[in-house]
Design a protein around this ligand. Structure first.
Ligand SMILES: Nc1ncnc2c1ncn2[C@@H]1O[C@H](COP(=O)(O)OP(=O)(O)OP(=O)(O)O)[C@@H](O)[C@H]1O
Ligand code: NI
Length: 282
């Protein structure tokens, strides 16, 4: 990727929570330690890690939407500029867009059509094509979030991020519960964004999804990057990755024998399965 300045640069990033223990004693819990990663324009980088390992918090830190008891260290830069809270707020939804993990991020007071339209001003054609692509027909357009099924709400979130024109799209577990065809549309859309020169950070616990779209895969375990690997090489063989945790993720895949690795080395059971419950609205 040469000397180009990355779109997103995460360096020695740490995240901890202040919580009250017994007797009002404050304790700090470290969730992310020394995380380093960059995303260049035109590439898809996946962050793969187990549930509860801090992946969503990383996304929320980049967007400036962390809970108030969180404190961070290290550096987050967008196009070479340190991301202060005020810069994050200026970029959010414009140059940096999030496909959130939870559908509760939809604005309850805005119809589907308006949500998808809102990051833009008047690109009616773009809105229409996204609505068609994600099977959100004219009837969906006038619905409010409480009237949408889970799968439909998820498609609205994806559509909203796609029309935003953002240079960096962060997709936090974008596909659970979607039909296979919609999973393919979503992954295809992320690839198109990268082909258009945008950067995509895709967060997932499902390494197979990462193999389908990512150029590079950052393996994340308990808030630490254990390594950043070339996606194609990683998919081809566990010999192409260095860390035992990455190798174990590969072996845990169904097509590689489903060797679930019990956790004494990693502190948890590695689950490479996909939790894809089928979409509930068709
Ligand atoms: N406000 C908070 N105070 C204390 N701990 C928190 C807070 N919010 C999140 N955590 C903890 O931080 C950890 C990481 O959470 P996060 O949601 O980033 O995980 P994740 O990797 O996205 O998991 P999943 O794959 O399930 O989405 C969790 O163990 C969670 O309990
Ligand atoms: Ni998460």
């Amino acid at each position: 990727m040469g000397q180009r300045i990355p779109l997103l640069e995460v360096k020695d990033f740490t995240l901890q929570f202040k919580q009250y223990g017994r007797g009002l004693k404050q304790i700090e819990t470290r969730v992310i330690s020394g995380f380093t990663l960059d995303v260049h324009a035109g590439e898809i980088v996946a962050v793969v890690g187990a549930s509860g390992s801090g992946k969503s918090l990383l996304a929320h830190a980049i967007l400036g939407i962390l809970p108030s008891n969180a404190a961070t260290g290290g550096s987050l830069k967008f196009k070479g500029e340190e991301l202060s809270q005020s810069l994050k707020e200026r970029l959010r939804g414009k140059e940096i867009s999030l496909i959130p993990q939870s559908v509760s991020y939809l604005d309850p007071l805005m119809t589907t059509g308006k949500q998808i339209e809102s990051p833009l001003r008047k690109a009616a054609n773009a809105v229409k094509s996204v609505m068609n692509r994600f099977q959100l027909g004219d009837d969906a357009k006038n619905k409010y979030p409480f009237q949408l099924s889970g799968g439909m709400a998820r498609r609205v979130l994806i559509g909203t991020a796609l029309t935003s024109g953002a240079e960096l799209v962060i997709a936090d577990e974008p596909t659970p519960g979607l039909h296979k065809s919609m999973v393919d549309e979503t992954l295809g859309s992320l690839k198109e964004l990268a082909a258009l020169g945008r950067g995509v950070l895709m967060i997932t616990h499902d390494i197979d999804l990462a193999f389908v779209v990512a150029d590079r895969i950052a393996v994340f375990n308990k808030g630490l990057t254990v390594e950043v690997a070339d996606a194609k090489a990683f998919e081809a063989s566990p010999d192409n990755v260095k860390h035992p945790y990455s190798k174990a993720l590969w072996h845990a895949l169904p097509q590689n024998g489903f060797h679930s690795v019990r956790g004494k080395d990693y502190g948890e059971e590695i689950d490479a399965g996909c939790d894809a419950g089928e979409e509930d609205d068709a």
